[in-house]
Each structure stands twice: as C-alpha cells, then as structure tokens.
Design a protein around this ligand. Structure first.
Ligand SMILES: [Zn+2]
Length: 321
C-alpha cells in the first residue's frame, strides 16, 4: 500500500486553469472545488493538516504541536514506513514537523534557495519502491516568491513569475499520481496576485480573502467511497481520510472526518485562523502573536473576526460568498 500526500505551497484553486496535466488528473479522479485551508500561513496550515486540529488549538505557544499527527499513527500503529521531502525553511526550523517520520529531508540547497518539484521528487526514488507499506509527503515550493530563478526572473511581474512556475509543477503531476494507490494533492494556502493591491500570502491587511484560503484538492483512490460534491469543507479532514484508507484508528483528538464517510453537510462550520505576529525590523516574530484573525464559513456566508489577544474585537466583516 503506497500513500502519497502532496502539498504545493501557495497553489490557488484557480491555478489549475494553467495546469493542463493536473486538470486532466482532476477530471480523471475525485476533485473538490470548495476546499479551504485552515490558515493562510504555512506553519499553522500544515499543523492543522497533520493533526486535524485548528491552528491555535492548544494555545498561543505557536506553533502548538501537542496533538498527535496522522504520520505518527501511520508509523507507530499502522507500521508504515514514512518519508517526507520538502525545502521549506520553517519545516526544518520547527522540529515538530518530523514527528513520526522514518526519514524527513530538506532537499533545498543551503544558501541557494528552494528546490524545484523535480528535485524533491527525485530524492524519493528507490525509497518508495523498496517498501510494501509506505507513506510519502512531498511539499513543493516552486511557487514561493523566494524561489531562485536568477536575476532576470526577478524583473518579471509577480503574476507572470507565478504563472510560469506552474509549468514545472504540472510536468511532474502524472508521475506523482502514478506512484501511489492513494494520492492526495492540495496546498497549504492560496496566494494574492494583485487582488486588494497585494501579492503573496502573508496578508497584513484586514480579513482573509478567498484567494488565500481556497485550495485545490484532487484525490486518487483505489478504494471506493469517495464522492465528489459541491459543499465547502476544510483540510482538517485530510488526516482522518488517510488513516481511514490505511485502516488505522483515528485519534480522539482529530476534529475532522474521513472523506470516505462524508457529504456536504459533514462540516457545517469551516474555520480558518491566522495568527498575526509582532514585527521586529520588518521580520515577523513567530514567537510573538499580536492579533488573531478568524474566518467562520456557514453555508454561503463568511464572517471574519479579528481580535486582540484578550479577545477584544478589532475588526469584523461579513461576506456573502
Ligand atoms: Zn505556504
């Protein structure tokens, strides 16, 4: 049994329009169009993805990883060989990400930026084939603004660079989907490409726009039970889905539900949380939260509430989706 999880940093849901190979795979397998990341910030979104809890569950000691991750369950209970490949500096910095992994590798070239999907994928060659029960997580960084593409690259407009970077990702998609019996492809958050006059995903303006929260989700599964539907749900359901597929008990701390036993009413309240940090000399101090921004989606309504640490409301917006 081979299980593959792919998270693409900054992949907006509408980016698939520029990824013909992934679009074809989305049609061939199960794909969902109204999926929300639980944060627009890598560190907190991936924490939710791994532990099926909300970003700030466990308190403001950020990022709080006290809850068990599905990788630990796969490894310790399911006896899976577990692999992780990435080139995100935060995933190396916070040791909690490697919990439950037999092999967890930062494939970036030190001091020279991040690794493209091709290199990240190549690192796994042989290792996945050599095991019967194996789980592998790939976190691709091709779209991140810090990607190293030479000086001329930096002169191009942001949207142009983003669009061009989709190509390299698209080229490895078929190969990724061929590796696993269960393959789940999604993103940790979206990206602003000029909306609200902003670029990137470290939004400091009020609110959490759809461009930052909506992510693609494509699932290939050789087990029946997945159905495509139009309802909104979030990535906290990915961890229980993987354990359900693997036949491993879902920990009581998980807040999500397996997509093998899911319909459009299964997640009536979609929650996303973004910690906003104190800045020192222009740099975010991730040990020092200043405000919390939360988005609550019920049906087609979205309420965004920004509070200070003592829960005083600073800003509130209601949006019809
Ligand atoms: Zn990210």
């Amino acid at each position: 049994m081979k299980i593959i999880l792919v998270t693409v940093d900054c992949l907006r849901v509408d980016a698939l329009e520029h990824m013909p190979k992934l679009s074809r795979l989305a049609k061939e397998h199960n794909s969902y169009s109204k999926v929300y990341a639980n944060s627009s910030y890598t560190v907190s979104s991936l924490k939710s993805l791994l532990t099926s809890t909300y970003p700030l569950d466990g308190g403001l000691d950020f990022p709080n990883f006290n809850s068990a991750s599905f990788v630990e369950s796969l490894n310790h209970v399911g006896d899976f060989f577990t692999l992780g490949f990435h080139s995100n500096p935060w995933m190396s910095f916070y040791k909690a990400y490697r919990k439950g992994f037999d092999h967890f590798e930062d494939v970036g070239i030190t001091g020279k930026g991040i690794a493209p999907a091709r290199r990240t994928l190549d690192k796994s060659k042989g290792l996945i084939d050599s095991k019967e029960k194996v789980f592998s997580w790939f976190h691709f960084m091709d779209l991140h603004d810090s990607a190293e593409h030479g000086n001329d690259w930096k002169k191009l407009p942001f949207e142009e660079r983003y669009k061009l970077s989709l190509q390299g990702l698209d080229d490895v998609m078929q190969e990724v989907f061929d590796i696993g019996d269960l393959v789940i492809l999604t993103a940790d958050h979206g990206e602003e490409l000029g909306e609200r006059g902003r670029y990137g995903h470290f939004s400091r303006t009020p609110g959490i726009p759809e461009t930052l929260l909506r992510v693609p989700l494509v699932i290939k599964s050789d087990k029946p039970g997945l159905t495509s539907f139009d309802g909104r749900f979030s990535l906290i359901n990915i961890a229980p889905t993987i354990l359900d597929y693997a036949g491993v008990d879902i920990p009581a701390t998980f807040k999500g539900k397996s997509l093998f036993d899911f319909d459009e009413n299964s997640e009536k309240l979609v929650v996303s949380e973004i910690p906003r940090f104190v800045k020192h000399f222009g740099m975010e101090d991730t040990k020092n939260i200043r405000q919390i921004c939360r988005s609550f989606i019920v049906g087609d309504n979205k309420i965004v509430v920004e509070t200070s640490l003592d829960n005083m409301i600073i800003n509130m917006e209601v949006e019809s989706l």
